[in-house]
Ligand binder design. Structure first.
Ligand code: FE2
Ligand code: FE2
Length: 134
């Protein structure tokens, strides 16, 4: 798998969103190592890492959803749906891994969506719209 790394060109131009994205890229890289295999029984640290990421993702999506709602973003509905789809893929990957199964395919699916959403897709559009409609 290619390295999961934040790059400046991913910046959407909203301070809080960019700070969250930067942090999430670091956490994603950490979690990705665990999803390459199966989680050893009793690996509490590994389980905590992927569970922590799940909570951070939920918080991040909730944060963006709230901004879109309060600012009246016209593409909020489809953007919210992308968040829900990403979360489902990550949740499925997590459930599998915690059950001692292979979650790599679902994680790869999540990651593909994540990269598109955050590097050339919906978040870039949201950032542009927020700066044009202060
Ligand atoms: Fe988003
Ligand atoms: Fe985002």
């Amino acid at each position: 798998m290619t390295e999961i790394l934040w790059e400046d060109r991913y910046a959407v131009g909203h301070e809080s969103i960019d700070a969250q994205h930067r942090r999430l890229f670091v956490q994603l890289a950490e979690a990705a190592k665990l999803f390459t295999g199966r989680l050893a029984k009793g690996d509490a640290r590994g389980a905590a890492t992927i569970d922590h990421l799940l909570r951070e993702l939920r918080d991040h999506f909730r944060f963006e959803n709230e901004i879109m709602r309060t600012r009246g973003y016209p593409q909020a509905d489809s953007h919210r749906q992308y968040h829900a789809q990403m979360l489902t893929a990550y949740e499925t990957a997590t459930e599998r891994l915690l059950a001692g199964a292979d979650g790599s395919a679902h994680f790869a699916d999540f990651l593909k969506q994540w990269y598109y959403h955050h590097t050339s897709g919906a978040d870039i559009n949201l950032g542009k719209w927020l700066s044009l409609n202060p």
